[in-house]
Design a binder for this molecule. Sequence first.
Ligand code: FAD
Ligand code: DLZ
Ligand code: SF4
Length: 520
Amino acid sequence: MPLPKPILVPVLGDQLTRNLASLRGREKDDTVILMMEVWDEATYVKHHKQKIALIFSAMRHFAGKLRAAGWTIDYIHLTDQDNSGSFTGEVARAIERHDPRAVHIVEAGEWRVQQAIEEWPDKFDCPVEILPDDRYLCSIAEFNQWAEDRKTLRMEFFYREMRRKTGLLMDGDKPEGGEWNYDSENRKPPKDGLSAPQRPLFEPDAITREVIALVEGQFADHVGSLDSFGWPVTRDEAEDTADAFIAERLPCFGDYQDAMVYGEDDLFHSMLSTSINLGLLDPIDLCERAAKEYYEGNAPLNAVEGFIRQIIGWREYVRGFYWRFMPGLESDNALDAHRPLPEFYWTGETDMRCMADAVRSTVDNAHAHHIQRLMVLGNFALIAGLDPRQVQDWYLIVYADAYQWVELPNVAAMVLYADGGKLASKPYAASGNYINKMSNYCSDCVYSVSKKTGEGACPFNALYWHFMDQHRERLEKNNRVSRIYSNWDRMGEERQAEYLDSAEAFLETLEPAKDGWARD
Ligand code: FAD
Ligand code: DLZ
Ligand code: SF4
């Protein structure tokens, strides 16, 4: 009897879980799992070195674990001689090698890859089944249904649906404690000397060391350094990171969620995004564990609710938003912003202490925490009128947790308002006051945060009014913003001109990024 033909199951780099829809219920002797390190993915933008090393190392560890459990793994290494460089090319070669009776793949996280996969049924002489990615709480169809008849797609209302759906922090049909959202308690400025317990860092093992050498050799001109690589690359390591967060940092997660402290890169954030996005951790399981801490009296409600909202609220919402508005979201530019990304986004060489610290953390760790991404790096990009495509590339490149489905809505819609307000009710524009209130950056900055214009003034102050002035026609109609223009008008023309001249003079000094950082 000839052996029955197997099912070929390609597993992509961000699908590293045994609970993947294409693997669940499969028999080992009837399945060939294909994993592919390919040039197209590693270079469509020039990802941070730590991001590539993390993904390849996690892929290799996952493959090793499955192989040890008796699965047949066909693993394509980046430098294999016949590697075609693309998912499509590698699946075609694998079909020739294994002659499968069908290909089963879970839909891709990114539009670009999904477009390629959708061509496979016509390209290959073999049935292809594309399965929904059910690692998310809300399917794409369910999000579209929720969004269909709404004028505005505010996350808060979506989030309440997800609370009801999961029963997380619900007291019958009411939210635990009476409120859906405890953010008003989550805006504490940092106390002097605020510092958080160190998260676990993992010494690279032999597999990771081999990947690090590969990345050093093949991607030498990509941003970042691998010297401090300590990301969790296995499920066990990711679980250790989650355990440490829940025990040591979750109780303060809410209070200091928006705080920034010079040189404190993680503060009370979970540092779990890389592991969740790769598939090493189950997001709902994490939320259930956090809720248990509240019910057992180990963490306050504002912390636990805040953490759960980031995951079943924001994370699920941006994924639905991405699929609803792609491919247009990528090229949206509602504010007609065209200034090139400044070189200091890559080097950190700027006198603005807040920007320098956020870029340093980004380049050193392939990570910056949320409020640095939003209110420092993002706010600057917004009020300086930086080109959305260049800003999008930058965020996708520099963060180890960046995949377009989560990066793009955050950057194009939340930060840059390039979608014209589908996601946010108003642009998150802020002057230096906000950064001063929420951080200890300003006291030692070359610039003076209290000085509004002229020599030595904090650039955020004049850029803020310059931005508001430039977009008056659009923003004045927005009743959440319109009253700000009364303040502007009260300043009088002479003072306004000082603001605008200061901003223009500062913008003139920006050196555009050199070619070659983002793409070859
Ligand atoms: P925590 O602060 O501990 O939050 C817990 C978890 O909630 C995170 O791990 C993440 O899974 C989820 N989460 C929190 N905020 C968001 C959000 N706005 N959107 C989606 N999920 C969220 N997150 C990414 O995973 N990849 C990205 O490419 C990415 N790009 C961003 C770009 C910008 C401009 C902004 C403002 C935010 C971006 N975020 C992105 C969201 C957020 O900043 C990161 O998820 C977070 O900093 C990761 O660190 P953490 O795990 O310690 O998060
Ligand atoms: C980001 C990335 C990189 C750098 N390299 C690979 C790779 O070689 N092989 C792979 O399977 N996945 C890689 N990834 C992650 C993919 O880009 C990710 O799986 C897509 O976002 C799926 O849409
Ligand atoms: Fe940033 Fe302005 Fe504060 Fe300097 S003074 S750290 S530029 S906000």
